[in-house]
Design a protein around this ligand. Structure first.
Ligand code: SAM
Ligand code: GLN
Length: 299
């Protein structure tokens, strides 16, 4: 039944794959076809450019067709390859966790910058720097902060046990598991069980923040990510408001909350922090696309 293979070059296999993905209306057809072929061949993309005449053997061809079939169901590439790069680190992902987004790097960089400069000036007898990541998902935020701030201790929480399994796996992969404590529970509730009142230098979160309307309009790919990682109530603000409301008692003097927010939410959330909750220092940071993406609220 099977066609005799060994004569299909990488170039021809790619060409055919791009056509199929394009015909199915997949916007990133070329990139996806390349990433999936390098995944099957176990090479980098440079290899494909350097060796377009490389022949696929039967097994490679079959596996390539199988991953293309999965992509044609609109399954995101990262769920097919099982990995996604974030902050130049490789994260393992599966359908239980949100795929880390580039805009979240802005949040992480901001926290690393602010906390890093404080560690630099603190005296040796200072208390340890403890940072909480609320809704850690794959562990992208917690693990990369631990990786870049070598003395920080991290508390990573999630409501989802499956997400915490993945986050722990990623912390081991990058050898920062000895500085991250994983706790399951609703928003900041695990912090009180740990007696962390007035202990945290920063509380960081990329909470679910899509409104019901935005959720109904997501791409077929995003619709295959966990809804519990995306939907933030009717207006998308429920988790962001709740985190700001609950954070006060856990912040150490000079501590701050850093939240990723939706493209049209920064002002509402900054106002809420300032006017309703009395945070003294509130700032909004833009992402690389110029969108107001991060709200920092300090006391
Ligand atoms: N931090 C990851 C990132 O930036 O890639 C994942 C962020 S994802 C947008 C939100 C995460 O919050 C999901 O992992 C979800 O399971 C978690 N979550 C949802 N409701 C929660 C709750 N009530 N308490 C704690 N975590 C929650
Ligand atoms: N940026 C994500 C998306 O729209 C939403 C992430 C979130 O809710 N925190 O795909």
């Amino acid at each position: 039944m099977a066609e005799p293979i060994g004569i299909v070059t990488a170039k021809d296999a790619l060409f055919a794959a791009v056509q199929r993905l394009r015909e199915a209306g997949i916007p990133s057809a070329r990139l996806d076809a390349e990433v999936l072929l390098t995944h099957v061949l176990g090479t980098g993309r440079e290899y494909l450019y350097a060796h377009p005449e490389r022949c696929l053997d039967f097994d490679e061809y079959e596996r390539y067709q199988a991953v293309l079939e999965r992509r044609l169901t609109r399954l995101p590439v990262a769920y097919i390859t099982g990995k996604k790069e974030f902050m130049s680190l490789d994260f393992t992902v599966d359908e239980h966790v949100l795929i880390p987004r580039p805009e979240t790097e802005v949040l992480v960089e901001e926290v690393i910058f602010r906390v890093g400069s404080r560690i630099g000036i603190s005296s040796p007898e200072d208390r340890p720097t403890i940072i909480a990541d609320i809704g850690t998902g794959s562990g992208a935020i917690a693990v990369s902060i631990a990786w870049f701030l070598k003395t920080a201790e991290i508390i990573a929480t999630d409501i989802s046990a499956d997400a915490l399994i993945m986050a722990r796996k990623n912390s081991k992969k990058h050898q920062v598991d000895n500085r991250i404590k994983f706790l399951q529970g609703d928003l900041l509730s695990p912090l009180s069980r740990e007696g962390l009142e007035r202990q945290l230098t920063a509380i960081v979160s990329n909470p679910p923040y899509l409104s019901r309307r935005a959720m109904a309009a997501v791409s077929p790919e995003v619709a295959l990510e966990p809804k519990s990682a995306l939907l933030g109530g009717e207006e998308g603000l429920d988790f962001s408001f709740a985190i700001l409301e609950q954070s006060g008692p856990y912040l150490a003097p000079g501590g701050f909350v850093a939240l990723e927010v939706g493209h049209d939410q920064a002002e509402i959330i900054a106002d809420f922090a300032k006017k309703d909750l009395g945070y003294g220092k509130v700032e909004v940071i833009r992402d690389l696309a110029g969108i107001q993406r991060v709200v920092i609220a300090g006391q």
